[in-house]
Design a protein around this ligand. Structure first.
Ligand SMILES: CC(=O)CC(=O)SCCNC(=O)CCNC(=O)[C@H](O)C(C)(C)COP(=O)(O)OP(=O)(O)OC[C@H]1O[C@@H](n2cnc3c(N)ncnc32)[C@H](O)[C@@H]1OP(=O)(O)O
Ligand SMILES: NC(=O)C1=CN([C@@H]2O[C@H](COP(=O)(O)OP(=O)(O)OC[C@H]3O[C@@H](n4cnc5c(N)ncnc54)[C@H](OP(=O)(O)O)[C@@H]3O)[C@@H](O)[C@H]2O)C=CC1
Length: 285
């Protein structure tokens, strides 16, 4: 299966990162979002992140222009009909993703592989809204996409061996390391990460230590690149809450219950870095 053209749905923090790494690896990319303002903003972020490489002498200005030239923009899902693989990185909402995959399934050519970058929604359930569950797979990139080595490759119940092998090979062509896992709530990454983040929020809620102390202890003590509260802000507190609810409902175990402080922050619109306020105040930064 030869994959050359890639569709990316969503030009947000994950979508533009995914478009970036595919274009940098030489693929033609068509990035879609619901408005032109979002696709333009996504492209501007790719430009800014590529410039980091130019500034450090890791990439020439000509190479950067060539990479950017491989990213085309659209607001119409139907324009992705001829892509060999479409990867969805839209908002983490079942109804949003369901509609996207129903539309893509009807529009795309028979051989197109459909992939989701979802953090926690069941790949098997998403695949079932299409008539091609064998060509459906989870391709879970980590944030920030251009920097992180892992792609968690999630097989749905019906994912074929051919689809799985094609996506493993494609991930290696990006210079990433794909690691497979099966489709259960939170997969491996978020099943292990989110309870740690939630426990850090409980530690804050119960007055065990300050934000700075909790993050400092985990950074220096465990050699983590970021403390769990800074990481939660980076991922998005709404995303963390959504994933914890998926874990609690999907695994039926109250140990995954989200901390009331996390719920309160999300209710307040304190969503972390993207909203300017979370456990840290980014307006001050
Ligand atoms: C929720 C989910 O479903 C799954 C998830 O994604 S969970 C989240 C997983 N991600 C993590 O755990 C990230 C943890 N944090 C880190 O690894 C690091 O703090 C970090 C990579 C984000 C930043 O690292 P840092 O050393 O503090 O900062 P910085 O020096 O600015 O960046 C390191 C390098 O990455 C580059 N970089 C950082 N962000 C970048 C971006 N968005 N795009 C491109 N390059 C980027 C920098 O240019 C720098 O490059 P060089 O090594 O070539 O100099
Ligand atoms: N944040 C993280 O650390 C990680 C997130 N993920 C997953 O990646 C996906 C995207 O997350 P993230 O990038 O953080 O979210 P963002 O909110 O940054 O980006 C989502 C983008 O999708 C757009 N969008 C919403 N509805 C549609 C639609 N119907 N069609 C096309 N685009 C749409 C949004 O537009 P608008 O702003 O108008 O809603 C936004 O631009 C989620 O499934 C998330 O769980 C995976 C790994 C890590």
């Amino acid at each position: 299966m030869s994959i050359q053209t890639i569709g990316v749905i969503g030009a947000g923090q994950m979508g533009n990162g995914i478009a970036h790494v595919f274009a940098q690896a030489g693929f033609q990319v068509l990035m879609q979002d619901i408005s032109e303002a979002f696709t333009q903003k996504g492209l501007a972020t790719i430009d800014k992140n590529l410039q980091r490489g130019v500034d450090k002498g890791k990439m020439s200005a000509e190479e950067k222009t060539a990479v950017l030239g491989r990213v085309k923009l659209t607001t119409r899902l139907e324009d992705l009909a001829d892509c060999d693989l479409v990867i969805e990185a839209a908002t983490e909402k079942w109804e949003v993703k369901k509609l996207i995959f129903e539309t893509l399934d009807a529009a795309c050519k028979p051989g197109t592989i459909l992939a989701s970058n979802t953090s926690s929604i069941s790949i098997t359930k998403l695949a079932a809204v299409t008539k091609r569950p064998e060509a459906f797979i989870g391709m879970h990139f980590m944030n920030p996409v251009p920097v992180m080595q892992l792609i968690e490759v999630i097989r749905g119940l019906a994912t074929s061996e051919a689809t799985f092998e094609a996506v493993m090979e494609l991930s290696r062509k990006l210079g990433k390391t794909p690691i497979p896992c099966n489709d259960f709530p939170g997969f491996v990454s978020n099943r292990v990460l989110m309870p740690m983040i939630n426990e850090a929020i409980y530690a804050l809620y119960e007055g065990v230590a300050s934000v700075e102390s909790i993050d400092g202890i985990m950074k220096l003590g465990m050699n983590h690149p970021m403390g769990p509260l800074a990481l939660a802000d980076f991922i998005g507190l709404d995303s963390c809450l959504f994933i914890l609810n998926v874990l609690r409902e999907g695994l039926g175990d109250p140990k995954y219950r989200p901390c009331p402080l996390l719920i309160k922050y999300v209710d307040a619109g304190w969503l972390g870095k993207k909203s300017g306020r979370g456990f840290y105040d980014y307006a001050k930064a």
